[in-house]
Design a protein around this ligand. Sequence first.
Ligand code: NDP
Length: 300
Amino acid sequence: MTATRIDGKSFAAGLRERIASHVASLKADHGLVPGLAVVIVGEDPASQVYVRNKAKQTEEVGMASFKHELPADTSEADLLALIDKLNNDPAVHGILVQMPVPDQINPKAVINAIEPAKDVDCFTPVNVGKLTIGDPAPVSCTPLGCLMLLRDSLGDLTGKHAVIIGRSNLVGKPMAQLLLRDNCTVTIAHSRTADLPGVCRQADIVVAAVGRAEMVKGDWIKPGATVIDVGINRIDAPERGEGKTRLVGDVAFEEASEKAAAITPVPGGVGPMTIACLLANTVTAMCLANGIEPPRDLTA
Ligand code: NDP
């Protein structure tokens, strides 16, 4: 079997087109523009790239982008004061603080300070609780992107056995909640799971969110399974020249493609979905803040 490639890049482009069209209608009909504020503290190069991409894509769909770049020695009090200002700014509908923050700042204090209605990546305890009990709330962007790709690929997920490898608050746990909501039977595996290959072999759906290059091997995959690779790992690529590197996922793509029915590549799979879902959640947040029915085709 050679798996179908799940093209997250093209799915995300389609989602951004739908977002741009809704943004134009909201502007024309209500005079409103969704606004996303992204805050970065310090000069971590990878975080700066993410923030630049977020700002660029926000503007490309016609939304307002508010970028706040703070120096690495910013105090917790100053960051909390900025968040308070953004919470009270009616032009800002989504707030994202790029993690990690420098050591002098407590990330929990930062997350707790964000107004839940503007918490478009579902970090706050209020929104995590709502997701858990099934109340409407912004849904974590990366898991939401994975769910959209799974539904597009498989349709109804009812009764599927999903094995999620990774139990982080950012990916693994919210992914489990979303798949449970879609009537999957969910197993969450982690670094202490006994016989991880055997657990994976039972899965109709594997979601790998580990951060270990090509850890999930082809013989861990049940024939016909669907594989979603969240991992982003940079490895040496001497075949491309001295000092060159390339990105790979948590799944050994070629081997797994021989067993799976469908699989996301890295890059070009889950990655592009994350920012698109952040923009979608900001549009929804703006609609809810203004008593407007949110568009139905921007979320899973
Ligand atoms: P974390 O480091 O927070 O969590 C990793 C999880 O993997 C932990 O639960 C850990 O288990 C588990 N794990 C580690 N080693 C093993 C192992 N040998 N066997 C089984 N489980 C293991 O990572 P994140 O969830 O934040 O991210 C995971 C990956 O996804 C990373 O590569 C990250 O870059 C990528 N990512 C990609 C995004 C995208 O947009 N595509 C967005 C977010 C993340 P334990 O809890 O027991 O330690």
